[in-house]
Design a protein. Structure first.
Length: 626
């Protein structure tokens, strides 16, 4: 019942619109596969109008210019009137032409053509592309103008029996550039029938609008939708270039939308364009072995055995593609050379058709990283990129070697120096075959410095790898003696700095204290020793001036005496009472005063002295106690 239904003539209006240049718009299309074109008319190409159609094809009048009602032209310029859209023909050839019709005022036939060489008892599809040329934005006609409406009819060769017909329905004028729409009618030839007549009739009214263009008229045989699957129900397969396909079976699967019976002829092609029959393969299955390259397979289908190899009668299945996937070589972006410590990334050129796996060996080995065009190794060496095709999962046996070289940087361990004041030190880079740039601006391999501070040298190898090496110079402190003085019986050393110093009188025994206590007056050698910078020596004349004396004849402190005054080349002393009267003076050492003035005993009280020792003035007081 279903098959018989599809055998009848379709006049159903389908309204199938698609978002593309070509729209299958209305009427009935072949529900299955079609054969190669039996008849094609694209009206040629060229810059000039014409040629005209024969009077047996159309009753309209040919003009070599813009057509009026009841006239037509054939041209690559579809904008024959100012009110027409400026569009191209449907075929798409350079200067491709179309039939341009300005419909007559009276509805009726405007195009007919006989189609010969058909097969009896066979289904066919007629199709053509139409477009309404009226540009509604020009406002030449009210609204969108009179719509285009075309009736398609298929008559027997005697022009007495209507086999099929269908209407395009109204095709309105448009404000925007219109889209070519495809219309089709299917029909079946009768027993003994090998010719038909195609007619196109104007269903619309003449007047402002109803202007159309027709292009790409085609007749094809119409058969079932026949698809090819393998035993896994795949409609195509692929394999790798180093493989061979065996034990493959293809199955032709018709949908019975047109044919009740099916006869087959399998074909093969190396390029999907030029086809040849496979001898003896006329069943619904095809067994294949030893496939080593890309091949395409299809099957010719007809309802009668006599028609299976007749391109005017058969239909053609979908193509089953067996695609050999060639290996795609990984393309290295080059070996990588970096300096020690820098990021190192090995790169393969991106290719959407492959994935890259990284290995440590040209064959076998360990998988280091999967599915990445870049790889960041942790050590120097040669690594191998393996290419795998996305389509077919074909593993290229030839891995691409990419090497990583890591250049060492110059040694840059910091160096510390300690020097004594006044000394110099040589700062030197121990790396050879490098260039130098010191923080002092010098470019030699070593520099000599005496000042404390941080110095640096930038060392650059011939490979451009550089490091900065730092030198820290510390000038050790020696004792900075501000003053050596006498404090009664003590010798006191005043320093301007602090440090790890030891002190000695005479150089025999050293002490940490800078004060020597209860030292008898005299000339002394004072030694100051630092921990790393040697010993300094100073000569000091120690003068002990007593703070009192007791002239009572007991043998102790009976006179005022300055210990150490004999060591000075220049010496002068004056003693005054509290009123400033000079009591005694002297300029020779040793100086002794017994507490008398002009032979008279002076009373117990404080007296004042002024001493000039080698130009240094010392003043103070001394108590006379009786």
């Amino acid at each position: 019942m279903l098959n018989q239904f599809f055998k009848t003539v379709f006049v159903t209006v389908l309204f199938c619109f698609a978002a593309s240049k070509n729209i299958q718009a209305q009427i009935n299309f072949c529900p299955g596969n079609t054969g190669d074109p039996i008849f094609e008319e694209d009206f040629g190409q060229g810059a000039s109008n014409g040629p005209s159609l024969g009077n047996d094809i159309t009753s309209y009048t040919y003009v070599n210019q813009a057509p009026n009602d009841g006239q037509y032209t054939i041209s690559s310029n579809l904008m024959q009137l100012d009110g027409f859209h400026n569009i191209s023909d449907h075929t798409g050839n350079t200067n491709g032409k179309a039939l341009i019709v300005n419909a007559d005022f009276d509805a009726g036939l405007f195009f007919q053509i006989p189609i010969d060489g058909l097969c009896e008892n066979n289904s066919y599809e007629f199709s053509a592309f139409l477009v309404n040329l009226y540009n509604a934005s020009t406002n030449f006609c009210p609204g969108t103008g009179i719509p285009v409406n075309v009736r398609f009819q298929i008559w027997d060769e005697t022009d007495t029996e209507l086999l099929a017909e269908g209407d395009s329905g109204n095709i309105e004028g448009s404000f925007n550039s219109p889209t070519w729409q495809q219309y089709a009618v299917t029909f079946e030839t009768l027993p003994g029938q090998t010719s038909v007549i195609l007619k196109m009739l104007n269903n619309g009214d003449g007047g402002c609008g109803n202007d159309l263009a027709i292009d790409d008229i085609v007749f094809r045989s119409c058969g079932d939708l026949t698809e090819i699957f393998d035993d896994d129900e795949d409609s195509n397969i692929s394999f790798c270039e180093n493989e061979t396909l065996d034990n493959l079976t293809l199955n032709a699967v018709p949908d019975f939308s047109v044919y009740d019976e099916h006869f087959y002829q399998w074909q093969q092609s190396a390029d999907n364009e030029n086809w040849e029959n496979i001898s003896g393969e006329t069943s619904g299955t095809l067994a294949l072995n030893n496939i080593e390259e890309t091949q395409f397979f299809r099957v010719l289908v007809a309802e009668d055995l006599i028609n299976v190899n007749n391109t005017l009668c058969n239909s053609v299945s979908n193509v089953f593609e067996i695609i050999q996937q060639d290996f795609i070589d990984a393309e290295s972006l080059g070996n990588v050379e970096v300096c020690e410590g820098e990021e190192a990334i090995l790169l393969i050129q991106n290719n959407n058709n492959i994935q890259i796996d990284w290995y440590d060996s040209p064959t076998g080995g360990n998988l280091l990283l999967e599915n990445s065009f870049d790889f960041e190794p942790q050590s120097e060496g040669t690594y191998y990129a393996e290419s795998i095709t996305i389509n077919g999962n074909c593993i290229n046996p030839n891995r691409v070697a990419v090497s990583l070289s890591i250049n060492e940087r110059p040694e840059n361990e910091p160096v510390f120096y300690e020097i004594c004041p006044g000394e110099t030190v040589i700062l030197a880079s121990e790396t050879e075959e490098v260039s130098y740039l010191w923080s002092t601006g010098e470019t030699t391999s070593q520099i000599e410095v005496s000042n404390e501070g941080t110095y640096s040298v930038e060392q650059t190898t011939i490979n451009g790898c550089s490091t900065t090496k730092f030198f820290e110079v510390d000038v050790l402190e020696q004792a900075l003696v501000q003053n050596i003085s006498t404090d009664e019986n003590d010798i006191v050393i005043d320093l301007a700095n602090q440090g790890d110093f030891l002190f000695s009188l005479g150089g025999a025994a050293f002490q940490a204290s800078p004060i020597f206590e209860n030292v008898a007056g005299g000339q002394y050698q004072i030694f100051i020793k630092s921990s790393k910078c040697g010993t300094q020596a100073f000569t000091f004349l120690h003068i002990v001036i007593p703070s009192y004396f007791t002239p009572n004849g007991d043998g102790f402190n009976d006179v005022f005496r300055i210990a150490g005054d004999t060591y000075f080349s220049e010496f002068n002393i004056q003693i005054f009472n509290r009123f400033g009267k000079l009591l005694i003076s002297g300029n020779r050492a040793p100086f002794i005063w017994d507490g008398t003035y002009n032979g008279k005993i002076l009373p117990s009280q404080d007296y004042w002295y002024k001493i000039n020792i080698n130009g240094e003035i010392k003043t103070g007081n001394i108590s006379l106690i009786r």
